[in-house]
Write a protein of this length. Structure first.
Length: 91
């Protein structure tokens, strides 16, 4: 069973910027998105639930500085990418 990955508009803006200005970072992001479709709780980037967040919100490292923040909805088999770029709120 594969999860559907949806991206919030705010995250999509950063992803489009990476595609043009930082192809290596964009390729790492694409690899992680592929993993999110198959197994959103394990894999590359040390996935972990956010501390103080809800049980559905997870974080993964893309680089030492950049993270992907996402929610996992098992009932509708969907992963929603909330934010990318920067370490949480240190943009």
């Amino acid at each position: 069973m594969n999860y559907e990955v949806k991206v919030m508009p705010s995250a999509d803006k950063s992803i489009k910027k990476w595609k043009k200005s930082n192809p290596n970072l964009y390729n790492k992001f694409k690899k992680i998105v592929y993993e999110l479709m198959i197994h959103p709780r394990t894999g590359t980037g040390h996935p972990e639930p956010l501390k103080g967040g809800s049980e559905v919100t997870y974080s993964r490292r893309i680089t030492a500085h950049d993270r992907i923040i996402y929610d996992i909805y098992d009932d509708i088999v969907t992963v929603l990418v909330l934010d990318v770029e920067g370490h949480y709120n240190d943009k």
